[in-house]
Design a protein around this ligand. Structure first.
Ligand code: HEM
Length: 176
């Protein structure tokens, strides 16, 4: 997982819970990399899982809620750092439709070692189905990104989530 994801995560923890909690989190989580991340580096995905689980223990906030908030935060970061992907877009469906065949394709060119999910999109004017597939099982992060996209384009979206695989590696989102 790219270092930018880790540094954004720790920035968010600091913003929401304070610097002391960031220190406590890093000290009390088993992190082979030692807990220092550079934006261009790549680190084991397992370290992100360990930190989110530990943060949930420390704050009593459920893991799914933490990932959702983190997804919303990442949306703002992506929007700020990569404005080009958002420039021509007027509706969240247009953005979501492009993740798999454009946005993440470009991400992969920039960072060949990025580990990205797959999204299958099907849409009409009023509805969209988005199937998320990833061995990293971060559909709650995806949900936060989707909800942030809806808010960004001031669209009232209802999002229903259905597990296609019990382990969370395939999830269907129905947006209407
Ligand atoms: C709302 C639209 C988007 C959704 C739903 C989405 C979804 C996701 C998810 C769920 C992950 C976590 C990895 C996984 O689950 O396997 C991810 C990773 C990532 N995405 Fe997206 N994404 C979106 C837009 C973007 C945009 C606009 C960018 C900016 C260029 C971007 C860049 C990345 C990067 C850099 C990673 C990390 C890859 C790694 O750590 O190796 N995504 N995305």
């Amino acid at each position: 997982m790219k270092g930018i994801v880790f540094s954004e995560f720790l920035d968010l923890v600091e913003e929401k819970f304070g610097l002391e909690l960031v220190d406590e989190l890093i000290e009390s989580t088993e992190l082979p990399s030692g807990g220092s991340y550079t934006a261009v580096g790549t680190y084991p995905h397992s370290e992100m899982v360990s930190m989110v689980v530990r943060l949930s223990e420390l704050t009593k906030v459920p893991v799914s809620d933490l990932l959702n908030v983190f997804g919303r935060h990442l949306f703002q970061t992506f929007h700020k750092n990569y404005p080009g992907f958002f420039a021509e877009v007027k509706h969240p469906f247009d953005l979501l439709e492009q993740i798999d065949n454009h946005i993440h394709v470009e991400v992969k060119k920039l960072y060949p070692d990025a580990e990205l999910p797959r999204f299958e999109a099907e849409r009409s004017d009023a509805e969209m189905t988005l199937i998320y597939r990833s061995e990293r099982k971060m559909s709650d992060l995806a949900l936060g990104l989707i909800e942030a996209a809806a808010e960004h384009y001031e669209t009232d979206l209802k999002v229903e989530k259905e597990l296609l695989k019990a382990d969370g590696s395939a999830v269907k989102f129905k947006l209407s």
